[in-house]
Structures are given as structure tokens and as C-alpha cells.
Design a protein around this ligand. Structure first.
Ligand code: HEM
Length: 168
């Protein structure tokens, strides 16, 4: 490739990057709104799914009730929670990309991401539970799921305080 062609490609890439950054900064409030909407949808599922597990754990295996819970759990996970989690990460990442110089060095954001990671781990655990319930292989009690129900609640409280109060 000639030097001129190389210069031209680098220049075009740099212009495209500038335009993308401009787009993100001028639409910053929209990114935040979409992020919060996605968070609400994700959290709705994270709080409701373990509640379904509580009732499902008490239902007789093979009963009509148990089969209904299987459908409810699978749909909630696939149609709401998985897309909402991806959208939360996508818009959260774009917010950071819109203002990396300021955001990437904020300790509250590092702490928040740690708790977000735990939330994603909790999501993964719930996905495994849905699979086990679907094969009638759940061995855990309703009481266990009652406790598990509190984990996303506590994580959510910590995350929201970190991002809104920004204590450090
Ligand atoms: C990869 C995941 C995530 C990233 C990268 C991310 C990043 C961000 C960033 C950079 C902001 C803007 C903060 C500011 O400038 O004030 C923000 C706002 C916010 N985030 Fe996240 N976030 C993520 C996940 C979550 C989760 C899981 C929750 C809740 C459970 C959450 C709740 C919020 C809320 C409520 C706001 C609005 C705060 C405000 O406007 O004052 N985020 N997020």
C-alpha cells in the first residue's frame, strides 16, 4: 500500500471516530435514559424469577402447575432478562465511551462495575436454575430461593447508591 493510501485510510478512520464520539456526546441524555429503561426491565426479571422458583420448588414434578412455571421461567429469561441485560451493558458501555476521560477514572464506577459483575453472575446462576427446573432436576428448597431472592435486591441497592450518590 502506498504512503498516500495509508494516510487516506487513517484520516478517514479518524474522522469516523470523531463523528461517532460527537454522536455519543450529543445523545448522552438519551443513552442514560435507555440505560435506565434497560436496567428496570432487567431488575424486574431478576426480582421476579427467584419468586417463581419459590413456588415452583413447592409444586409437584410433572404437575400442570410445574409445567406452567417452566414456560413462565423460560419466557421471562429469554424474552425479557437476556435482552435487557445485554441492553444495560451496551448503553452503560456507550455512556462510558461518550466520556471516557472523566468516567474511566472514577472509583465509584469501578466499584459499581464490580457489583454489576456479581449481578451478572447471579443472572447466570438463575439461568442454570431455569435449565434444571425445565428437566425436573431441581434439588433446592423453596426456602433457598426465598433467600436467593434477596441477593439481586441488595446488589441493586448498592449499585444505585454508588451511581447516584457517588460516595467516593
Ligand atoms: C456494564 C454495566 C454498566 C455500565 C458500564 C454502567 C455505566 C453507567 C454510567 C457510566 C452511568 C452514568 C453515571 C453518571 O454519569 O452519573 C450510569 C448510570 C446509571 N446506571 Fe449504570 N452501568 C451498568 C450497569 C448498571 C446496572 C446493573 C444498574 C442497576 C442495577 C445501573 C444503574 C444505573 C442508574 C440508575 C444510572 C443513572 C444514574 C444517574 O443518572 O444519576 N447500571 N451507568
Amino acid at each position: 500500500m502506498s504512503n498516500l493510501a495509508h494516510f487516506f485510510i487513517v484520516r478517514q478512520a479518524s474522522i469516523a471516530l470523531d463523528q461517532a464520539m460527537d454522536f455519543l456526546t450529543t445523545h448522552y441524555e438519551w443513552l442514560k435514559a435507555l440505560h435506565v429503561i434497560a436496567v428496570i426491565a432487567w431488575m424486574a426479571g431478576m426480582l421476579y424469577l427467584p419468586r417463581l422458583f419459590v413456588y415452583h420448588a413447592g409444586a409437584t414434578k410433572g404437575s400442570e402447575l410445574s409445567e406452567t412455571f417452566k414456560v413462565m421461567e423460560r419466557r421471562l429469561l429469554r424474552l425479557i432478562m437476556n435482552p435487557a441485560m445485554i441492553a444495560t451493558f451496551l448503553f452503560g458501555g456507550l455512556i462510558v465511551a461518550a466520556n471516557p476521560g472523566y468516567l474511566m477514572v472514577q472509583p465509584w464506577l469501578h466499584a459499581k462495575l464490580l457489583f454489576v459483575l456479581m449481578m451478572a453472575g447471579c443472572h447466570g446462576f438463575f439461568a442454570v436454575c431455569v435449565k434444571k427446573f425445565s428437566k425436573d432436576e431441581n434439588t433446592r428448597s423453596a426456602k433457598f430461593y426465598r433467600y436467593m431472592n434477596e441477593v439481586p435486591t441488595l446488589l441493586m441497592i448498592v449499585i444505585v447508591v454508588l451511581v447516584v450518590v457517588k460516595p467516593f
